[in-house]
Ligand binder design. Structure first.
Ligand code: ADP
Length: 622
């Protein structure tokens, strides 16, 4: 017998489960059945692909029994791949999955504990300690002779000793806590299995004793067995036979979600390429949607044999929120991860499935409310597709949504286009990090006055993705933070004004020559005296800030262009200033306030305050 300590992370996870999942205790059974099913999947795959394992008997079964009389134990047995002593230490004493570690960091760090979050996350084997004082796992690995017993009370350590077991596979015995006896009851078990594990593709059999008659001489009982799940691979059944409830039940059995999905997409493709996909869009984004080590949500089957649930390339990464299964007879069973990624059939299935998902999303988009629900959760991920999935860019452009200065709700590019003003030749947008700041930006003044709509882009990814698109249906898309976006607004009158103000511009330029690329007359301002924009092909202030935040420290300051409003009283009065010091202070302040309005930072704050005070003093002295 040997004693072992749990890895620290296991202890953390145990604590977390016990404190945040107590209202969903029953899921421990789902986790055990799902592990048993995985073990059977693995064995089936091995017997089909490995020479050594071909001789192993495959009799796939999951059996549940319990102690009827005292209700103290519950036993779940499978005839799957099994574990040897080393496996027991590795799988039931440590946490290997990087996703789990990430998750634990998030849950145990400063972040508030969120029980919703843990509900979405697969807590696995350790959930049994919510209902058990002690657990025994007796296991024998397929193809090996020795069996082992793992025992733990779920506190801080566990034991492993030699054991006897006739067949390969795993038996888990739960010694139930006093208050959890209900889980050793026939109807309770049936209810939970139907709810979470009905579509497990192996028979789940419940063993119980039925009391036939009872009198003073004693009870007459009979041992009974009953299969309690429906076994068929649901995705292979014709759509006409399946109800919404069947789809939803299956979704809950393959994900950790306790909610129904937003929608499902079920496709049987026949002809040149034969495959079946049953894909789901969840209602809520998975917790790891924006982690590098996200857990992919699509399982690959080949002719109903489970192959992998850990392959990120089954769908494009921007669709990583999709859950479900892909099954094809056309792929070779012994496919490896490397060959899978280069396999032409897989590539075709992937591209067809992607197109299907996008076209279903177009249908969903017709229902505004439902689509908004979807877009709030997954819009950001979808936008990544604009950058990465060139062949589907047109489809994706129809699917992205933005708010705008004229719309508090999302609008599509198509809606924007339809509402463009006569003579408007450009789709305008403004980018930055807060919707409220953007709505109040001085850069929008003229557009507001002219009743031209401007899209608000508040996601970081917008600033990378949108400039890469360039045009929508041949209409150029321009950022109003960029100098040339205002060219369309220019009239002859503006050109006259420009001439009149030329001498002042020269003076300001002289004052600011180290801080700006140019000084120009603005046609986009109304209430504000000045604004800053980026030159045509330069990064905007927001973009530069983002690059720096992402660690690109070496990035040089790209100087912006200062624009001034010739109709503003400050500018009009400036023409008459003869005091050089005052002219310099005001020029610098015009620049600095414009930077601040754009969400930028003024480098020398002390100098800024000094200038401001000088000007204030002048104002109150006269
Ligand atoms: P997960 O199933 O998400 O990987 P678990 O905590 O449920 O996490 O299980 C950890 C590991 O223990 C599994 O990945 C598997 O390797 C092993 N395991 C658990 N139950 C069984 C079983 N019934 N048969 C074989 N291996 C199992």
């Amino acid at each position: 017998m040997s004693k072992h300590q749990f890895q620290t992370e296991v202890n953390q996870l145990l604590n977390l489960i016990i404190h945040s999942l107590y209202s969903h205790k029953e899921i421990f059974l789902r986790e055990l059945i799902s592990n048993a099913s995985d073990a059977l999947d693995k064995l089936r795959y091995m017997t089909l692909t490995s020479e050594k394992m071909k001789k192993v008997k495959m009799d796939p079964r999951i059996d549940i029994s319990f102690d009827d009389r005292n209700q103290t134990t519950l036993t779940i047995s499978d005839t799957g791949i099994g574990m040897n002593d080393q496996d027991l230490v590795e799988h039931l004493g440590t946490i290997a999955r990087s996703g789990t570690k990430n998750f634990l960091e998030k849950m145990t760090g400063d972040a508030k504990k969120d029980s919703n979050l843990i509900g979405k996350f697969g807590v696995g084997f350790y959930s049994i300690f919510m209902v058990s004082d002690k657990v025994e796992v007796i296991s024998r690995k397929a193809g090996e002779n020795k069996a082992y017993k793992w025992t733990s009370d779920g506190k801080s350590d566990y034991e492993i000793e030699d054991a006897e077991k006739e067949e390969h596979g795993t038996t888990v015995i739960l010694y139930l806590k006093k208050d959890e006896k209900e889980f050793a009851g026939r109807f309770k078990i049936e209810e939970i299995v139907k709810k979470y594990s009905n579509h497990i593709p192996f028979p789940v059999t419940l063993h119980y004793t039925e009391v036939k008659s009872a009198d003073e001489k004693g009870e007459k009982t009979e041992a009974r067995s009953e299969q309690i799940n429906s076994v068929t691979a649901l995705w292979m059944r014709p759509k006409s036979e399946l109800k919404e409830k069947d789809y939803n039940d299956f979704y809950r059995s393959i994900t950790m979600d306790t909610e129904d999905p937003l929608m499902h997409i079920h496709t049987h493709a026949e002809g040149k390429l034969e495959y079946t996909t049953l894909l789901y869009i969840p209602k809520k984004a998975p917790y790891d949607l924006f982690f590098i080590n996200y857990q992919p949500g699509v399982k690959l089957y080949i002719d109903r044999v489970f192959i992998t649930d850990d392959e990120k390339e089954l769908l494009p990464s921007y669709l990583r929120f999709i859950r479900g299964i892909i099954d094809s007879e056309d792929l070779p069973l012994n496919i490896s991860r490397e060959t899978l990624q280069q396999n032409r059939i897989m590539a075709n299935i992937r591209s067809a499935a992607t197109k299907k998902i996008l076209s279903e999303l177009q249908n969903l988009a017709k229902k505004k409310e439902k689509y908004t629900e979807f877009y709030d959760e997954f819009g950001k991920a979808l936008k990544e597709g604009l950058y990465h999935d060139f062949p589907n860019r047109e489809l994706l452009l129809d699917l992205v949504r933005f708010k705008s200065i004229q719309n508090k709700e999302y609008i599509s590019l198509d809606e924007y286009k339809k509402k463009m003003k006569k003579g408007q030749k450009t789709v305008y947008y403004i980018a930055g990090d807060k919707e409220d700041n953007l709505r109040n930006s001085p850069l929008l003044e003229a557009y507001k006055k002219e009743d031209i709509d401007v899209l608000l882009m508040t996601d970081e990814i917008d600033q990378i993705v949108i400039p890469s698109i360039g045009t929508y249906k041949d209409i150029p898309i321009k950022s109003v933070n960029q100098s040339d976006a205002a060219d369309d607004l220019k009239t002859e009158k503006d050109e006259k004004k420009e001439k009149a103000i030329d001498p002042l511009i020269k003076k300001i330029k002289e004052q600011l020559k180290d801080r700006v690329k140019d000084v120009k007359v603005s046609v986009r301002l109304n209430d504000s005296p000045s604004c800053v924009v980026a030159d045509k092909n330069d990064p905007t202030i927001q973009m530069q800030q983002m690059m720096r935040a992402m660690g690109q420290k070496g990035m040089m300051d790209v100087k912006p262009i200062l624009e001034i409003n010739p109709d503003h009283s400050i500018i009009k009065k400036m023409k008459k200033i003869t005091d050089d010091k005052l002219l310099s202070d005001i020029s610098n302040l015009l620049f600095e306030q414009a930077i601040i309005a754009e969400g930028g930072e003024v480098k020398d704050r002390v100098l800024f305050a000094k200038r401001l005070n000088n000007v204030i003093l002048k104002a109150i002295s006269t």
